[in-house]
Every structure is written in C-alpha cells, then in structure tokens.
Design a protein around this ligand. Structure first.
Ligand code: PEP
Length: 252
C-alpha cells in the first residue's frame, strides 16, 4: 500500500501565498508519479483555487472539515455535496482543534465521516489523546473510543476511511511521539479496524504531530504508520517535499 502524505494548512494562506507554495511544491516534487500519494487540505474559500492549480498535477486536495448535515438551514456550514462539486478528494474530520475549540464529539465526527463517504470523499478521521490522558495511562482507551464512534456508524464501510493518529500534545508543539510510541498506538488502531471490517488492509493510518523532515523517515518506517498528516511543515514547500520523499521507498 502506498503511503499517504497530507498537508493540513489549517487557517493559513492567501490567494498569493497558496499559489506560491503550491508552485514550489510541484516544482520540487518533479514529475510524478511519486512513491507516495500526496494531498493538501486548505480552508474552504481556497478549495476552488486548489482545484484549479492542482488539476492534472497528481497532488490531490481536501477540506479541513465537512458538515454533518446534508443541506438546508445550517448557516456557515459546507456540505459534502458542495465539496464534491469541486472534485474534493479528502475531508479531515474530528481534528483535535475542532474537538477542543468547537466541542465536536464522537457521534458528530462519525456523522461527518458518513456524509463525506456518501459523496465519495475519503474522510481523514483524527484521533488522539491529550497529555493528561497519556500520563494517566488512558491513551488506548481514548483513541479506541474516538475510533469506535466512527466504525460503529460506518460498519463495513470503515475500510474506506483514513485514520490519523494525532497525539494532542504533539500537535504544533514541536514534541513528537517517538516512533515506538506512535507504532504502539497505530497497532491498536489497526487491530480495532480489523475487528470492524474484513478489508482493514485498505485503511491507511497516518501519524500527525510535529512531523518534520528530521523525524519523518523514522516514523514512516514503522510497520503500521502508513503516512503523515503534516501541519506546520506543510507550509514550507521544502519541508513538505522532503517529508514526501522520506515516505517513498527508494527505487534504483
Ligand atoms: C495537524 O494540525 O494535523 C498537525 C499534525 O500539526 P503539526 O504538524 O503542526 O503538529
């Protein structure tokens, strides 16, 4: 299975800086196909720009959220059908910043994943424990509970999701889970997916949390780490491309 490297730009960017960043990423990546799948997720107003700039490039794009509702009186929301209209490939759901600042809970995250899948958009379901939860020994319990809400709703369709393990204490902090810590949690998530679906071999489980060119290769070498969700480093073309290159098997 090819690894998947996804940039999460968060609430950053402008028409000018996005064009510059993507131009540099495409130039530095060189002609595809690459050893890994590559995508970037931007804020909603810029998705049409991504559609146009990335057309035919081999780099996919996605949204950072999607509504749990189909359509109607939900001011400010963006539906999965709207994203699909533009050719959106991925939608991040349940990012810890949304769980923390927007009080998103398991069932809501699951409903968002369902809406995305219904429109043929791959949800990137984020799970992860806080530092207090890790220190109290609850890491497994927390991530399993977060993933359980989603697989409970999706059933056998769970094989179609991407999961991102993002320890909250590692996001944007410069602290990274060690490869061993990350692998241990990924193995737990993999086992949980195997119980939920007979096609768990299709699930890619990404690691996210201060991944950089310096630590990417070691993390991505772990057997159950199938790629990365990259925040800060995805805003620098050189760093992002170095992570993509670190994720791809060397071909001679
Ligand atoms: C993220 O926001 O998904 C993330 C992993 O951020 P960072 O790489 O900056 O820690």
């Amino acid at each position: 299975m090819k690894k998947l490297i996804v940039g999460n730009w968060k609430m950053n960017g402008s028409l000018a800086s996005n064009a510059e960043l993507l131009g540099a990423v495409l130039r530095q990546l060189g002609a595809g196909p690459w050893g890994s799948d590559v995508a970037v997720c931007a804020s909603a107003p810029y998705l049409a720009q991504l559609q146009s700039l990335l057309q035919g490039s081999g780099v996919a794009w996605g949204a950072q959220d999607v509504s749990a509702h189909e359509s109607g009186a939900y001011t400010g929301e963006v539906s999965a059908a709207m994203l699909k209209d533009f050719g959106c490939r991925y939608a991040i759901v349940g990012h810890s910043e949304r769980r923390q600042y927007h009080h998103e809970h398991g069932e809501l995250v699951a409903a968002k994943a369902r809406r995305a899948l219904d429109m043929g958009i791959t949800p990137i379901v984020c799970v992860g424990e806080t530092l207090a939860e890790r220190e109290a020994g609850y890491t497994e319990v927390v991530v399993k509970r977060q993933l359980a809400a989603v697989v409970h709703l999706l059933g056998h369709c769970s094989s179609e999701i991407v999961v991102a393990y993002e320890p909250v204490w590692a996001i944007g902090t410069g602290l990274t889970a060690t490869p061993e810590q990350a692998q241990a949690v990924h193995a737990v998530l993999r086992a949980q997916l195997r119980v939920a679906t007979t096609h768990a071999d299709r699930n890619r489980i990404l690691y996210g949390g201060s991944m950089t060119p310096a630590n990417a290769a070691e993390l991505l070498r772990q057997p159950d780490i199938d790629g990365g969700l990259i925040g800060g480093a995805s805003l620098k073309a050189e760093d992002f491309v170095q992570i993509v290159n670190a994720s791809a098997p060397v071909t001679v």
